[in-house]
Design a protein around this ligand. Sequence first.
Ligand code: MG
Length: 372
Amino acid sequence: MDHLRLDRIELRELRLPLVAPLETSGWREEEKRCIIVEMRSGNQTGFGECAVSAGPWYGPETITSAWHVMQEYFVPEVLGKVISSPSHLVDSLSLLRGNNMAKAGFEMAFYDLAAKIEDVSLSKFLGGTKSEIESGVSVGIQNNTQQLLRVVTDYLQQGYRRIKIKIKPGKDVDQVSALRQHFPDLMLMADANGAYKSSEAQALFRLDEYGLMMIEQPFAWDDLVEHANLQRALKTPICLDESVSSLNDLKTALSLKSCRVLNLKPARVGGLTVSKEIHDLCQTHHMPLWCGGLLETGIGRAHNIAIASLPGFVLPNDISASNRYFREDIVSPEFRLNKNGTMSVPKGPGIGVNVIHEKLLEYTVRTEQFSS
Ligand code: MG
């Protein structure tokens, strides 16, 4: 790509209502909050999404911490500078440690901008090979099994091919067993978001009998050793999510054999450049990969779809249609589920969907612009 100068950066905090709250083992998301990063060079604009939660539940960052590091540390590193490539941008921020979600939001805006200037889709820009990606849906913890069956039945009728349910100690075996009875051949998996202690592994051994595609992140996010011990004892593949927030974490997990599948979220690992490195290392090690989600708006969703169009993403993704989360999305066209349970990869330049400015304004709760 040609060198480009970053003339203007805008941060914008959004609050959007969710169609239904999402409950995991450890927290409950009542509304969608995020920071949209807008970068301008000449007359082109790129958009990224920092998919951080209001509080440090999924990861250690918060809306407030992400805003702070972007404003105080990231903007001064790049504003008014000539940047030659996304990896150049990543290098500019590399002396600033951690804060992956803030970095991802920043870097994604640059990727969108760079792909638009090159006049190619973000998928092509990243080396994507697919025109559609397989779509699954993630179902939060429900009040009771009947309600869980109703919700899952509804998603299957909408066309989703793979169902993931959130579990926690005491809300696991009965739920999986009931779903298996009703849907013997369903592509089904369970995600604990790190809720189990190794002393509570008995329930995980019982889950091993239900033909799950994988059990996601049963143990604490920083415990690769217990995951390796469990994986040795289970037939069901363990998938890591929270435990892998960098390429080096993946190297450790591969070395210890802590998992057989990886859920890659660009937001968690600091953006698309690291995501590509992780993708390539997974391919080398024949580790199946899929793309997870963090309730992204259409902007973050578009970035996730672009990375999921790479060839190593061989399992259905947690990338659902806009209406799974929002009454209305902030992009046009909205993301829809195809009849065959896939979603189409946008072909237009950059993220390939239009950001609806009036919708952005409607959901904005604070904004700050920086010009060079
Ligand atoms: Mg997860």
